[in-house]
Design a protein around this ligand. Sequence first.
Ligand code: UD1
Length: 365
Amino acid sequence: MNLNVHLIAAARPNFMKVAPLFHELKTHRWCEPRLIHTGQHYDANMSDVILRDLGLPKPDFHLEVGSGTHAEQTGGVMIAYERVVASNRPDAIVVVGDVNSTAACAMVGAKAVVPVIHLEAGLRSRDRRMPEEINRLVTDAIADVLWTPSPDADANLIAEGISRDRIDFVGNIMIDSFMMMREAIDRAETRKSLGLEGQKYVVVTLHRPSNVDTREALGPLVDQLLSVANDIRVVFAIHPRTRKRLLEFGLAGRLESGAGMLLTEPLGYVEFMSLVTRSTAVITDSGGVQEETTFLGIPCLTIRENTERPVTVTHGSNRLIKPADVVSAIREVLAGRWPRGQRPDRWDGKAASRCAEALHRRFVR
Ligand code: UD1
């Protein structure tokens, strides 16, 4: 029997979660993984470059849904994916992460009575103002199987009444991607191509609506970054959402002319991780980057009030920082007063093989 498994990928952070699982499942004769791209992210450097970096093939189905309001995007994905399920009915659907397409495809699967598996289940920020928190709650409530990255996620699910036998603690799949690509990452030398050889630098990524969608939030953050750039070079890889807002709020010029500031387009996976592995610190509001820096023991300043990945703070090198405290936190890093932390359990590059084992145990045996 060949298990037809749909792997749903939609937005930049999904590709790093799907790739190791896709490659792993391809090695098993009992499984036929199919890649579904919803098209939530569509710019080359938000999608195709990353797919290529991770050795993923052209998707089996591309839904080309694109941008829109939350309802437009979620509804668009549901309509398009329902058609795919009708024409190519899967034996199981794996949704990853917490983007709009994750919840949308989980709902389609659950209503078509196809088993839904959530990879990266159980994370909670407990902040319902965050669209991702709503996506996590919806997806976990209707998924049949929950694959978790850390024990805090298991505890969250159990506290919400999900029975233990539906949960598999598989570990952190993002680390599989990093280990899979480690040689290419080491060879990439993004520092050199950006003219940063021999210099210390901080990497910045920001895209959360709470940080970038209002002038009141984004303006002071830009000021802090300009001040940091007086102490150490700053490389800011600008997300399309953020670029739009910088232009709209008239902040782009000030940022561009900042001494010590280097602005780039969003980078490919290998290029970006090459930059991060050699950085002094990272300033971010991304979920995945909090995990990657914890794995690498690189100081991470997360510009958020909360995190759905608390293990990166309790075990790792991540700290939640208020926008006004960015400059002083970077000085702490430069003074060598930042804990390196340790790697959480099962962040070991073997999550994909645990997923495959769980899939076989649950659906084939
Ligand atoms: C989405 C996810 C977020 C994830 C992030 C990673 C949701 C609710 N949010 O946020 O969890 O951390 O992806 O990047 O699912 N745009 C482009 N080109 C693209 C994609 C987007 O220009 O390829 C622009 C569009 O103007 C779009 C805006 O960026 O309206 C936001 O894109 P969207 O996918 O809605 O949300 P993200 O901010 O990327």
